[in-house]
Write a protein that binds this ligand. Structure first.
Ligand code: FES
Length: 107
């Protein structure tokens, strides 16, 4: 089954099986992954689901939308070239794994 691997700031990794279409944010919240706050519940209005996408996973994902692009500017840990909102990343069909790094803070 496809999986999302979450890497904590201290390097701890946890891989969680997901169905295609499940988002990085909802999978994290449903499985009590620390560091994904998701204050707005997935509406792309809070940036507390911010993640840094692993380099190899970046090419597997659709591009950043205009709304996501604007909201990423308010990410507490600072935006990088590989920043995404976890609520806007759905597990793509046919992809076996995506890896995301959780920032040190979301507030
Ligand atoms: Fe608020 Fe993703 S949950 S922007």
């Amino acid at each position: 089954m496809p999986q999302i691997t979450y890497v904590q700031p201290d390097g701890e990794r946890r891989s969680i099986p997901v169905a295609p279409g499940a988002t990085v944010m909802l999978t994290a919240v449903a499985n009590n992954v620390p560091g994904i706050v998701a204050e707005c519940g997935g509406a792309a209005m809070c940036a507390t689901c911010h993640v840094y996408v692993d380099e190899q996973s970046q090419a597997l994902l659709p591009p950043v939308s205009e709304v996501e692009n604007e909201m990423l500017e308010s990410a507490a840990s600072g935006r990088r070239e590989n920043s995404r909102l976890g609520c806007q990343i759905a597990m793509p069909d046919g992809v076996e794994e995506i890896v995301v790094h959780i920032p040190s803070t979301q507030n």
